[in-house]
Write a protein that binds this ligand. Structure first.
Ligand SMILES: [Zn+2]
Length: 75
């Protein structure tokens, strides 16, 4: 199963934040260079992309053995 992210993005033009849900890292990186801003409609390009604030993992690969209190990240 591919790791899925919620991408928090700031517009390069107006600076407002919007979110792209459930994308791969490659999709998130592609979106910042092509996706128009929902607020000001500014269209980015590769020289002037939106800024990725952070990526939040949607389906975290954390695991915990039964009977054990310690969570393991298997990434
Ligand atoms: Zn904008």
């Amino acid at each position: 199963m591919p790791v899925v992210w919620t991408s928090h993005i700031s517009c390069f033009s107006c600076g407002k934040e919007f979110i792209i849900n459930r994308v791969t890292v490659a999709d998130a990186n592609a979106a910042v260079a092509v996706m128009p801003c929902p607020y000001c409609k500014a269209v980015p390009n590769s020289a002037q992309p939106h800024r990725v604030n952070y990526l939040q993992n949607v389906n975290l690969p954390y695991r915990r053995k039964s009977g054990c209190q310690v969570w393991h990240c298997s990434q």
